[in-house]
Design a protein around this ligand. Structure first.
Ligand code: 3H9
Length: 695
């Protein structure tokens, strides 16, 4: 039963009970049952007022996102329900605990009053799905709390706490959870509060200023612009007309490519942890974690694990490194406390679960050990072998390698089935992506444990098979190859990065290499040249290294960094690039942004398709989640695989074949998977059927 109800003290108590998040589902009958229960209460003369609450300590996470495939008229019952609530002849009061998000908050806004707990979370996150609040939010929120606060709520999508909601005027009272019902009864007896409307002229000025504040977002997000349109209408037209406009724009947005991409991202981020084939596998319990190595990665991983509630033991043979690691970790928690993200007590409690140790003996009872030592096969193999002598037989051994072959690493141990890769991205306590590298013989329950562990760290875990660079770096190498090639053919760094940043990448690839350090790329290229001496490589990045321009750390790379962080175009580098072209006999030509984007992004798509074809990634969505969460691919384009489907595989393939004629044509051999799917008129997304995705 999705709605429970009972009568008490003259009140009808309606409880939304649709686990896990009490979504106001149409297809599961939640909206219909709530409408019936409300009608019954309103028709019953013994009932003086109605309260609505959510079961399990959460009010409602909003509309059921899976319903969004329904035709527009089938979504109407939600709006009809909210109209019934707003127009009820008896007070209807929302009692909010946990989350009231999206349609959940809009239901509460349609009520005549709202009571909530201080720690409840209220928000209108529809923008994160490329939508606007479509059941009254854009009209009722500004009328209740003013346009500035309403726009901030809708454009950031960030929730506010109950206490903040009270100061905004979004709710009427804060109450302890056990007092909510009786306080609502008292309010109904006294009469629900009413508010005076705000002065029009002030509101108009606030609208102008707030839209100006969010100008950058408005430039990119269609939903943001439509939210602005609706909120402006809230100042100009009666509620009824505003609601009609909102409904029309909501349905337009639903069909937009940005919204489809963002909804795909929402479900895919959850689907990555449900790896096909592991459905019946039970994860091993993990309460304590050992970490080997107190460097940047080791410290970051320790901070992430402590934050998630694990007991952590960190070892480093070097006493100075131990001191440094402890300072780095406490610094992370102190900064969080100073910014008000956690209390000083929480910071202390996290730190208290950390034990520093010199040797591996301290790992006797831990459930999982992650080595984060120097990136060298022999060093890492020696660490794993030594660990085997002290840990329990069921303890999982994880390596944080970013480049080494996990199968060779695991082969050095007596039980390779318990070895897995956990490729954290730096800074490890912040970056959401975690590549879980599954060795040829990694045991299924070891993979399932790694996934469950990552979920507890609130990471987006993507399982990758063993290959050079795993999913993310292997694809990035192909993007970089094009970026370097474009430099030699006629583009300059600011143009390459600019085109990709305008496409939506968080940072252009050349700036990424300046941040990572040109010496890292140099090492990888040396390896590649040894593996394939027959292939031509761009020499531009190697000359940078020879010039000592290693990136941000030397204040000079592809760009100059006079203040250490902000990139400024370098005449010296631009001249060097031109002279490389001359030296290689290349007639430099004008290159347009479109060519830059196509070559760099289609290179990702082609390599991503090969990765799926080889089974390195289980599904296209796994590739996409790597790129959204670790490499700054624009979320509103869904990821390289989703974007390929949006453009059409036939088009992508035709362009890839035309690029095959370029000087590095060998790098453009089309993935067989692309050819097969394009020939069959199918999309990459059709391979994602195991995931619960509807776009
Ligand atoms: C809206 O309301 C439109 C209206 O304005 C207009 C209507 C006309 N629907 O995140 P979790 C699933 S738009 C369907 O892992 P947590 C989720 O997929 C909506 N399913 O848990 C997952 O499924 P699975 C505006 C939903 O505790 C499971 O619930 N609302 C929905 O870490 C658990 O989720 C939002 O955008 C949904 N609305 O976080 C809220 N929400 O287990 C989006 C969740 O099969 N949701 N699921 O993978 C959230 O922010 C988080 O899920 C929440 C819980 C904070 C609620």
């Amino acid at each position: 039963m999705k709605i429970r109800s009972f009568d008490e003290a003259g009140a009808a108590r309606l409880i939304v009970d649709n686990p896990p998040v009490n979504a106001l589902s149409l297809s599961k009958g939640v909206v219909a049952s709530l409408t019936d229960a409300l009608r019954t209460a309103l028709d019953d003369p013994a009932i003086t007022h109605v309260t609505i609450e959510g079961a399990g300590g959460r009010f409602s996470a909003g509309a059921d996102i899976l319903d969004f495939e329904l035709p527009p008229e089938q979504i109407e019952p939600t709006r009809e329900l909210f109209a019934l609530v707003a127009g009820a002849g008896k007070p209807v009061i929302a009692l909010i605990t946990g989350e009231a998000f999206g349609g959940g908050l809009e239901l509460a806004l349609a009520c005549h009053a709202r009571l909530c707990t201080a720690d409840a979370r209220l928000g209108l996150p529809e923008i994160n799905l490329g939508l606007l609040p479509g059941s009254g939010g854009t009209q009722r929120t500004p009328r209740l709390i003013g346009v500035a606060a309403a726009l901030d709520l809708m454009l950031t999508g960030k929730p506010v706490t109950g206490a903040e909601a009270l100061s905004l005027g979004l709710v009427d009272e804060i109450q302890a959870v056990e007092r909510l019902r009786s306080a609502a009864d008292a309010m109904a007896r006294k009469g629900v509060p009413t508010r005076a409307p705000r002065a029009d002229a002030v509101q108009r000025e606030e609208l102008r200023l707030t839209l100006h504040k969010h100008a950058r977002l408005l430039g990119r997000s269609v939903a943001a612009r439509q939210i602005g349109v609706c909120v402006e209408a809230a100042l100009d037209v009666p509620l009824y007309e505003g609601l009609q406009l909102e409904s029309r724009l909501f349905h337009e947005l639903m069909a937009s490519s940005q919204s489809r991409a963002l909804r795909y991202a929402f479900f895919s981020e959850r689907a990555v942890a449900r790896l096909p084939g592991l459905e019946q596998v039970t994860a091993r319990p993990v309460a304590s974690v050992g970490i080997v190595g107190g460097g940047t990665m080791g410290s970051g991983i320790a901070a992430a694990a402590l934050e998630a509630g694990f007991r952590v033991t960190l070892t480093d043979t070097n006493a100075d490194m131990r001191v440094r690691a402890e300072t780095v970790i406490s610094g992370i928690f102190d900064r969080d406390a100073a910014k008000g993200r956690i209390t000083p007590q929480q910071a202390q409690e996290r730190q208290s679960r950390l034990t520093m140790a010199e040797g591996y003996e301290a790992f006797g009872e831990v459930d999982l050990v992650i080595e984060a030592v120097f990136e060298d096969m022999a060093v890492k193999q020696a660490v794993l072998r030594s660990l085997e002598d002290v840990v329990r037989p069921d303890c999982i051994l994880a390596s944080n390698t970013s480049t080494l072959d996990l199968d060779i690493l695991a082969a050095a141990t007596a039980d390779p089935a318990r070895v897995i890769g956990l490729h954290f991205f730096s800074p490890a306590h912040i970056m959401r992506l975690l590549e879980i590298v599954r060795g040829r013989v990694s045991a299924p329950d070891v993979v399932a444990t790694a996934l469950a562990f990552a979920k507890r760290l609130r990471k987006v875990p993507v399982v990758s098979g063993v290959c050079d660079g795993f999913i993310g770096n292997r694809m990035f190498e192909e993007m970089l190859r094009q970026a370097y090639q474009l430099l030699e053919e006629g583009a300059l760094p600011a143009q390459v990065d600019g085109a990709l940043e305008r496409f939506g990448m968080a940072m252009g690839p050349l700036k990424v290499m300046d941040l990572a350090g040109q010496d890292i790329g140099h090492k990888i290229r040396q390896r590649r040249m040894a593996e394939h001496p027959d292939r031509p490589y761009s020499i531009v990045p190697d000359i940078l290294c020879e010039l000592g321009r290693l990136g941000q750390k030397t204040k000079a790379g592809f760009y100059d960094y006079p203040n250490g962080r902000n990139a400024v175009a370098s005449d010296a580098v631009n001249d060097m690039i031109r002279s490389v072209s001359a030296q290689r006999g290349i007639d430099r030509r004008a290159i347009c942004d479109e060519e830059i984007v196509e070559r760099c992004i289609f290179a990702l798509i082609n390599e991503g398709a090969k990765i799926v074809e080889e089974g390195i990634a289980a599904r296209p969505l796994d590739v996409d989640m790597v790129w959204l969460n670790g490499y700054g691919f624009p979320r509103d384009r869904g990821g390289p695989m989703f974007y390929a489907d949006e453009l059409g595989l036939t088009y992508i393939l035709a362009r890839i074949r035309s690029f095959e004629k370029l000087s590095e044509g060998w790098a453009w051999k089309p993935a067989s998977l692309l050819v097969t799917l394009a020939d069959a008129g199918r999309a990459l997304r059709s391979l994602d059927t195991a995931a619960r995705i509807s776009v």
